[in-house]
Design a protein around this ligand. Sequence first.
Ligand code: A3P
Length: 302
Amino acid sequence: MDEEINKLIEAMKDFEVKMVQVEGIPLPESTLEIWDQIYNFQAREDDILIATYPKAGTTWVQEIVDLMLLEGDVEKSMRAPCFVKVPFIDLNAKPMKSGLDLANDMESPRLLKTHLPIQLLPPSFLDKKVKVVYVARNAKDCMVSYFYFQMMNKGLPDPGTWNEYFSTFLAGDVPWGSWFDHVIGWWKAKDSHQILYMFYEDLIEDPKREHRKLLKFLGKDLSDEVLEKIHHHTSFQAMKENPMANYSVLPAVVFDQSVSPFMRKGKVGDWKNHFLVAQNIVFEEEYKKRMEGSGLSFRTQL
Ligand code: A3P
């Protein structure tokens, strides 16, 4: 790992952020370079896929599901950083191993991650009837969280000012595309596939209730004692302090956590500290137009 990190630091010296379009979705250029391999990825029947729009609580749910599969074994859950133990199949952060390579080298059962919108998902996942946990988070908090993330993640475009980012995000001109299309696309797919559609806000409101939903979906049964342990180990504070979950193993040239920590606030409603009154009006209008008839609703405060 240390050697890989050193190579990464070296590679970042000449790195230029470049996004390209794959069927209209902005993705990193390095993802496009191996797009055929990604799209033709061969899932295994016992894989579990965590699919999210960026900043919806991916890492949180990864930690919860991993611990459930390990029946609460915290030591084993800390066997590797979250981005190694749960390969991100659409990421090709050279010179690190691509998510595909990590996944292909991994023994079953594998826990995998994607931010792809449903229309770009490698078909093998649905063909093999792989269980998918989709996590959705309200657009306003997602936007704020993504703004800070694009500031600190040197592999993604600089977000510009908050004012600029507000328009960029609403237009869907951000890595992995439009929030609206993403959450609606996966919502529609859930009726014909094995997809557990979860909400970040529900997890914040009552984590233990949501853990039980997850357990049922995974077809597992765990004692209250184990569930309590999982609850404790995946709290915001515990994950913030966990070097395997908080991305602190990545150097500052990749994730500059002095700009904004990966485990930033972990709250519902932080948008209120960022949205101007006028922005909220614009947002609500656009939201109504885009979400009408979707049957999908979000909570922006608890
Ligand atoms: P904030 O930036 O609003 O704090 P992802 O893993 O999809 O990139 O999502 C990151 C967001 O999830 C961040 O949101 C992060 O703080 C939040 N998060 C991660 N672990 C969490 C936890 N245990 N409890 C609550 N929020 C968590």
